[in-house]
Design a protein around this ligand. Structure first.
Ligand code: FMN
Length: 417
């Protein structure tokens, strides 16, 4: 099917036919995988992190978090950087660039000293990479000289960004860890060191579950486990928050952002773009569904642009940022009580229970007819709307202004799908 819109974009001066890239991980770790992904339509590759250190991985190394029949809400891994030799990885990069010259190749690297960062930068530049991403963010490295321990140390981020940038003519991205309160500090340190872009986020430090018979968190590796990186849909809210923090930070004005974390659908993609990302990276969605998800993401973004009248991604990148403000700036003059469509209601009673046990006892319940009714105690918190299993049955009703407050038109969300 012909695409309705052009999704191409320049990121760091390199043209991408669409913003979708494999993020650095097993999904882009050898030639055949990358070739298959590029043929499926991915705009570019961030190759699995290459280091002088070669990983010696544990088995098993994954765990998942489910919720009410939805598998893979979150995904935990204990994997480190590439377990292949630098030479083997460089050959892969060369071959991909030779056979797919128009698809950008971002080489992810991780050193443990300025010399190693320099050496890696020189090698991947020589191999034909278009961009370098510095991995300052893997949370499960076995040495404090690498990974997220580096990413939370401003001095090291600045120093290693400088060592990398000075060793190459290629633009350098610094990949941030979310395992901190304030992402702006390390991001600024990276830019001061010469990085041109920030990518975020890597995985979130986590314990996903504990085996209650073995008394050990999961994955169980010979009776023991370790804190590992959490990814997938569950971390999207954390990623979006960090993307917005970066995009709104004055000292990073003009710095291009690559968004990562829980992107699985076209809507996720649009959300990252609206908060200021101009490049998008994906791993866990591919681990679960395969490379083909890119087709739906491309066509979905294209349809969205058509519907909204946008002709290029530039038309809407960052468009949601002006509406992201401090909690102290929010309009507290009104409430939006809900209305319930009794005909479409399936009578499950979940709105009644949640409102009674966790909100304002504002829904009355007709036990005989099994139907809820909203009372004037409703404060418009919308807990019921969010727990209702049938979309559209509970919606915001008429806006009511609090006593003494000035009435004026307000914008609220009315479309739930
Ligand atoms: C199994 C696995 C291995 C990963 N390996 C790397 C890596 O080598 N380098 C890196 O920068 N990030 C690595 N990541 C992090 C991802 O690139 C990505 O930042 C993170 O998973 C969040 O995106 P997602 O929710 O789309 O997976 C890895 C993630 C997973 C799940």
């Amino acid at each position: 099917m012909a695409l309705k819109k052009d999704l191409s974009i320049n990121y760091l001066g390199v043209k991408f036919e669409n913003p979708f890239c494999l993020s650095s991980s097993p999904v882009g770790s050898d030639y055949d995988m990358c070739a298959k992904a590029l043929e499926a339509g991915w705009g570019g590759i961030v190759f699995k992190t290459i280091g002088i250190f070669i990983a010696d991985e544990v088995s098993p190394r994954f765990d998942i978090v489910n919720k009410e029949g939805h598998p893979f809400v979150g995904f935990k891994n204990l994997e480190q950087i590439s377990d292949k030799s630098v030479e083997a990885n460089l050959k892969c990069i060369e071959k991909i660039k030779k056979n797919f010259p128009h698809k950008p190749m971002i080489a992810s690297v991780m050193g443990s000293s300025p010399e190693e960062w320099k050496q890696l930068a020189e090698m991947v530049t020589q191999a034909g990479a278009d961009i370098i991403e510095c991995n300052f963010s893997c949370p499960q490295m076995t040495s404090h000289t690498m990974g997220s321990d580096v990413g939370t140390n401003l001095e090291l981020v600045r120093e290693y960004s400088r060592a990398t940038s000075q060793a190459t003519k290629l633009p350098v991205i610094a990949k941030m860890t979310p395992n901190l309160t304030n992402i702006e500090g390390p991001a600024l340190a990276a830019i001061e060191g010469g990085a041109k872009s920030i990518s975020a986020i890597n995985t979130v430090k986590s314990i996903t579950s504990v085996d209650t018979d073995l008394f050990c968190s999961v994955p169980v590796v010979d009776g023991k486990s370790a804190i590992g990186g959490y990814s997938g849909a569950a971390i999207k809210p954390i990623a979006l928050r960090f993307i917005a923090n970066l995009a709104q930070y004055d000292k990073l004005k003009g710095v291009e952002i690559s968004g990562i974390g829980g992107i699985e659908t076209w809507r996720d993609a649009v959300e990252f773009l609206l908060l200021g990302a101009r490049n998008l990276q994906v791993t866990t969605g591919i681990m679960q569904y395969g490379y083909r998800i890119v087709e739906d993401m491309i066509s979905g973004v294209s349809h969205y642009m058509d519907e909204k009248g946008f002709n290029s991604l530039e038309d809407f990148i960052g468009k949601a940022l002006t509406n992201l403000t401090g909690a102290d700036n929010l309009n507290r003059d009104y409430k939006a009580p809900v209305k319930i469509n009794a005909e479409a209601c399936i009578g499950c009673g979940r709105c009644y229970i949640s409102c009674y046990d966790a909100a304002h006892q504002a829904i009355d319940w007709d036990g005989e007819k099994r139907r809820p009714a909203v009372s004037d105690r409703c404060v418009g918190c919308h807990l019921c709307l969010n727990v209702c299993p049938v979309q559209g049955v509970i919606l915001p009703g008429e806006i009511e202004f609090k006593e003494g407050r000035t009435k004026r038109p307000v914008t609220i969300k009315t479309k739930y799908e």
